[in-house]
Design a protein around this ligand. Structure first.
Ligand SMILES: C[S@@+](CC[C@H](N)C(=O)[O-])C[C@H]1O[C@@H](n2cnc3c(N)ncnc32)[C@H](O)[C@@H]1O
Length: 266
């Protein structure tokens, strides 16, 4: 079982985004537990304020420090308000960082367009962890002191800017959850996927064998397993070379396999 704690202002967006299909079933069956910490529950006043204007001026609103820190504390400490009230008023950054490590050594992942771009290797490593903690930014992002104190690992979905980390996190949890034992029917289901071994999956077909004259490659209907395996291997090589030449070095085939592939090229 994997537990994922999520600090967000919009839990509903994530719940809805993950409620369907295979991931929805993994949640239903308890393989994946989502633990939401709604940052608004830790707002600074009764109006539910969690964001404010930028110091120095500028467009937009920034998520405030205290509601985020409190929502993070709430994962590990029963009463974050009391915990903060008992701290000395003058805490420098070094003291805060050492407190943070005493409270938890869990990596906090912050969804951010400045982060390392998420990939299948990161998904595999995350899927091995018992407990993951994510922080979703929104609006203009978060007060820099959140980063300075909690020292999160920043992860990005790509070089573009989203409205909030929630939609990025839906994608990331989807990628992680299909690697968890019991989510897909067997390991092969994901070990043979694109990127699982660093290259792309072969082309695939299902019924009918012929549709308005467009046919499935004959070898796949032959029942000849060695030829089918060869077709699939060559198809993986072709897909990778044609669509993602940057992944070519991940194609670890023998000289004979390369020669047999090259001989087949038109
Ligand atoms: C509108 S963005 C803020 C962008 C920020 N002002 C900047 O230029 O770096 C609001 C939030 O969306 C999330 N976000 C935006 N783009 C993202 C991306 N490519 N990957 C992951 N999260 C992203 C982050 O959590 C971010 O704090």
């Amino acid at each position: 079982m994997s537990r994922i704690s999520i600090l967000t202002l919009f839990p509903e967006q994530i719940i809805q985004g993950l409620a369907h299909s295979i991931v929805g079933k993994a949640i239903e069956n308890g393989i994946l537990e989502l633990d939401f910490r709604n940052i608004r529950d830790f707002a600074i006043n009764k109006h539910g304020q969690v964001d404010d204007a930028l110091y120095g001026g500028g467009t937009g609103m920034l998520m405030m420090l205290e509601p985020i820190i409190k929502s993070w504390l709430s994962i590990y400490i029963e009463d974050p308000n009391q915990y903060l009230a008992e701290l000395p008023a003058e805490m420098d950054l070094e003291k805060w960082r050492s407190q943070r490590k005493q409270i938890s050594k869990d990596t906090l992942y912050f969804l951010s367009p400045k982060g390392k771009v998420f990939d299948q290797t990161m998904a595999k490593n995350m899927a091995k962890q018992e407990h993951l903690v994510f922080l979703c930014g929104h609006y203009e992002g978060v007060d820099q002191r959140v980063i300075d104190i909690l020292e999160p690992e920043e992860i990005s979905l790509g070089d573009f800017v989203l409205t909030g980390g929630e939609s990025a996190l839906i994608v990331i949890i989807d990628a992680i959850s299909r690697l968890l034992p019991g989510v897909l029917p067997n390991k092969e289901a994901y070990l043979e996927d694109s990127h699982a071994q660093g290259y792309l999956e072969e082309v695939q077909y299902t019924r009918p064998a012929k549709w308005y004259g467009v046919e499935v490659p004959e070898v796949l209907l032959s029942g000849h397993q060695a030829n089918i395996a060869e077709f699939r291997k060559h198809s993986r090589m072709r897909e990778t070379i044609e669509k993602r030449p940057d992944l070519i070095t991940n194609l670890q085939f023998t000289k004979e396999e390369w020669l047999s592939f090259l001989a087949e090229l038109d």
